[in-house]
Ligand binder design. Structure first.
Ligand code: NAP
Length: 356
């Protein structure tokens, strides 16, 4: 989808997760007429988890975004609020909110205030002089007085040759995207990882699988208590502690047919499981490669916020928001919060430059 660009933009926002849309909502309401590059819809982006709308578009129900309680919101409001406050609200028949719904709502909210959207990737930037120049994958360039980078992070892979070989043929880093495929239904599956994502993916996959094996390299889960308890209590989940995935087994006709696991405490302890799918949930890497070193990054490649409690980066006029600059909180709501902060920082910075 192409948007009318003005040749020299006031503010370009790169990225379309909660940080990008929150920045766009605030910037559009401040009449900065922001232009959002939301990412391209390509197979490459699908495989790397960088499609438009970010990581939330790859999740199921969002239980922890304030304002969207789980379950029937109408019934919740009926029971939680005194009648005099409840009667001032329109009836709500919804059932909580899913990640994709939340992202579509944010995108629409940004559009409603006049945000322009281009469905393409920015593949290269030149931040060495102002106005900044951004290079979309479809060709050409766009110049901008001010830029907010909100490109998020994407899923990590183990780096095994067999994992690469069977990607898209039983190996995936997104249970919500791929879990319902016929090849996984009523079959045994493996999830690798011990954090909240691994538990979330394992729990989600129990809807389709006959059994889910959660394979974790340490002797306890890193996941939050409520999530870990869910995994321990789920009769369809078997947890393999002190174990790592050594090899994905399969053949070219069927794709994945099994895994070879080895003990991290005892490499001689080897197990083979017959499974139809392997899902990786081992953390994320920030999407900063396209910056090619033009902003200061941490050793883990996250953008450095250079001013305390501000979204400024090492280049004056470039701001960062969300997971691309945050390897600590990494929550949808904290990303949305820093998106708002980046828009306010951008607005004030542009005003100081005399751009209104
Ligand atoms: P994470 O908390 O960093 O966990 C990554 C897991 O992968 C860890 O258990 C880690 O093992 C394991 N791991 C990393 N590299 C590995 C490797 N090379 N081989 C084997 N295992 C490896 O990441 P996450 O689970 O994606 O969660 C990220 C953030 O999002 C967290 O703050 C989390 O709370 C949040 N989150 C929240 C929800 C929710 O509330 N519903 C859902 C998903 C995520 P070690 O434990 O040994 O380091």
């Amino acid at each position: 989808m192409a948007a009318a660009t003005s040749g020299r933009e006031k503010l370009v926002i790169i990225g379309s997760g909660p940080a990008g849309w929150s920045a766009a909502i605030y910037a559009a309401r401040a009449q900065l007429s922001p232009l959002v590059y939301e990412g391209a819809i390509t197979e490459k982006n699908r495989l790397s988890g960088t499609l438009p709308l970010g990581q939330l578009a790859l999740t199921s129900e969002v239980e922890n975004f304030a304002g969207f309680p789980h379950g029937n919101l109408g019934a919740f409001l009926d029971s939680a609020l005194p009648a005099e406050r409840r009667q001032m609200m329109a009836p709500h028949a919804g059932e909580g909110v899913t990640g994709p719904e939340l992202m579509e709502l944010m995108r629409q909210q940004a559009l409603n205030f006049g945000t322009r959207i281009v469905t393409d990737d920015i593949t290269r930037v030149d931040f060495s002089k102002r106005p900044f120049t951004l290079f979309p994958s479809e060709g050409g360039s766009v110049t901008a007085e001010c830029v907010i980078v909100a490109t998020g992070a994407s899923a990590n892979w183990l780096g095994l040759e067999s994992e690469e070989h069977y990607k898209n043929r039983g190996v995936s880093a997104c249970a919500v995207c791929d879990g319902a495929l016929p090849r996984f239904r009523k079959r045994e599956l493996v999830v690798v990882g011990g954090g909240d994502s691994a538990v979330e993916e394992a729990t989600y996959l129990t809807k389709f699988a006959s059994r889910v094996h959660l394979v974790h390299r340490r002797d306890s889960l890193r996941a939050s208590k409520i999530m870990a308890t869910r995994a321990h209590e789920d009769p369809k989940i078997t947890i393999h502690f002190n174990t790592e995935l050594a090899e994905v087994l399969g053949d070219d006709a069927k794709g994945v047919t099994g895994v070879r696991l080895v003990g991290t405490d005892d490499p001689a302890r080897e197990t083979r499981l017959e499974v139809a799918g392997v899902f990786l949930a081992i953390g994320h890497t920030p999407n900063t490669a396209f910056l090619a070193g033009q902003l200061q990054l941490t050793p883990k490649q996250y953008i450095v916020w250079t001013k305390h409690f501000r979204t400024a980066t090492s280049v004056d006029g470039v701001f960062a928001a969300g997971d691309v600059a945050d390897d600590y909180y990494r929550q949808a709501i904290s990303a949305a919060g820093t998106g708002c902060m980046a828009a306010l920082d951008a607005e004030r910075w542009l005003a100081a430059q005399g751009v209104h």
